[in-house]
Design a protein around this ligand. Structure first.
Ligand code: PRP
Ligand code: MN
Ligand code: MG
Length: 179
């Protein structure tokens, strides 16, 4: 797997340090509250698990599977719900947990949906933000790292469902997806 990675951008240690910082910030901001963390599967699975452990408040977790990329490196623009939440969100403080915001399509769709379901508040935490990719106006309340306009994999981020299990994040060799 390592041989498919052109360059490591974020080491495991860099990621874990950042996750700790984000958990501390959320813990401060949500003191006395019990927010519902919503993990956007599959990409956010690693981040959700680590962030929740670093957040010292009585949070709850739920999971939603959404896909806009399929096996491509470009967003299809069509957002599909593959698995909906189990919990009611009406009147709740929600924190949407994402691995990356690129075009912003996934999150703007999701935010509208959760507003329609009468959430009390909605904030977004993403580990990676790719502002250059944006086609809709949406920004995170908390982010870990801004990333360049390259296709990155690891720590939940996939290409054709692979590389999610890398503990670091790097740029995939273009040869891997060019043929
Ligand atoms: C990826 C990523 C985000 C979304 C970001 O998910 O995990 O959810 O795309 O892109 P956007 O801002 O352009 O919408 P993907 O659709 O690949 O599904 P996955 O999480 O199961 O890999
Ligand atoms: Mn995703
Ligand atoms: Mg994906």
């Amino acid at each position: 797997m390592q041989q498919d990675i052109l360059e490591v951008l974020f080491t495991e240690e860099m990621i874990q340090d950042k996750v700790r910082e984000l958990g501390a910030a959320i813990s401060r901001d949500y003191t006395g509250k019990s927010p519902l963390f919503i993990c956007i599967l599959k990409g956010a699975v690693m981040f959700m698990a680590d962030l929740a452990k670093r957040t010292d408040i009585p949070l709850e977790m739920d999971f939603m599977a959404i896909s806009s990329y399929g096996d491509s490196t470009k967003s299809s623009g069509v957002v599909r719900i593959l698995k909906d939440l189990d919990k009611e969100v009406e009147g709740r403080d929600l924190i949407i947990v994402e691995d990356i915001i690129d075009s912003g399509l996934t999150l703007s769709y999701l935010r509208n949906l959760l507003l329609q379901r009468n959430a009390k508040s909605i904030r977004i935490v993403t580990l990676f933000d790719k502002p250059e990719g944006r086609t809709v106006n949406i920004s995170p309340n908390y982010f870990g790292f801004q990333v360049p306009n390259r296709f990155i994999v690891g720590y939940g981020l996939d290409y054709a469902d692979k590389y999610r299990n890398l503990p670091y994040v790097g740029i995939l060799r273009p040869e891997v997806y060019s043929h």
